[in-house]
Design a protein around this ligand. Structure first.
Ligand SMILES: C[S@@+](CC[C@H](N)C(=O)[O-])C[C@H]1O[C@@H](n2cnc3c(N)ncnc32)[C@H](O)[C@@H]1O
Length: 233
């Protein structure tokens, strides 16, 4: 299933970014591989939650995505936070020609060639963040793509091409805050369109947690197991 941003999906991602500290934790994990003077490029940045967390650590971040709606959202969030060292490019990652100190690819790719092409735009390293395991096989709250490359796929490609890298592993909370039970059902249906009604209800009965909060009264817990590749350019 291709990843398509809808207004509803954007709202779910923004809600999740406000509720949990996934992007800050990820930023803190890759911080040792960045320098204050670095110019970064995040390919397929989406809503740029990671980039917003990284801006205090580097000189500049260029955020590239094909979807103008997510980039407009990112620019607005950056402006509201007083962030001046982040710019966006609406376009295909394959069309970027500028060279950066570090290129990021976070839950972005395939095809495999994309990473090799992006690596040519990095003068020091390409940092690739990917799921440790395939998503979407079960009812994963955030499992929207069965085709996305996982850590073993990427490691195999890097080993085949003789590229050198470090592989870090981390697990972070990646659950979804929800505004109502109907919101929870819509969220699951969006990520698993073929699910039967009975299966959906059983999944919610087993997994949906009441938070006691007014803004997000429900939460679908989820842990994200990540592989973080620091690939030498
Ligand atoms: C799964 S999302 C990941 C977004 C973000 N990196 C994150 O971690 O939340 C993949 C993103 O890549 C973008 N995308 C897909 N194909 C692209 C391409 N050829 N060039 C640039 N962006 C692309 C999509 O619009 C989407 O925002």
């Amino acid at each position: 299933m291709a990843f398509i941003w809808t207004k509803q999906r954007i709202d779910w991602y923004l809600d999740a970014s406000r509720y949990r500290d996934f992007h800050q934790r990820l930023a803190d994990t890759i911080r040792p591989y960045l320098l204050p003077q670095d110019r970064l490029c995040d390919m397929g940045c989406g809503l740029g939650g990671l980039d917003l967390a990284l801006t205090p650590m580097v000189n500049h971040i260029t955020c590239v995505d094909t979807d103008e709606a997510v980039l407009a959202n990112l620019r607005q969030n950056a402006a509201e936070a007083g962030i001046a060292n982040l710019t966006t490019i609406c376009g295909d990652a394959r069309d970027i020609r500028e060279v950066f100190d570090v290129v990021l690819m976070v839950f972005f790719g395939p095809p495999p060639q994309m990473m090799l092409d992006c690596l040519k735009l990095a003068s020091r390293s390409l940092i690739r963040v990917a799921n440790a395991k395939p998503e979407g096989a079960a009812l994963q709250p955030n499992g929207h793509s069965k085709k996305r490359e996982t850590v073993p796929d990427i490691a195999a490609l890097l080993d085949r091409t003789g590229l050198t890298y470090q592989l870090l592993r981390s697990t972070f909370e990646f659950g979804q805050p929800l505004r109502s039970e109907a919101d929870a059902a819509a969220f699951i249906r969006c990520n698993s369109p073929a699910i039967a009604d009975g299966e959906l209800q059983a999944f919610l009965a087993e997994n949906l947690v009441s938070t006691g909060r007014c803004d997000f009264p429900f939460y679908l817990p989820g842990r994200k197991e990540l592989g973080i590749f620091i690939i030498d350019a």
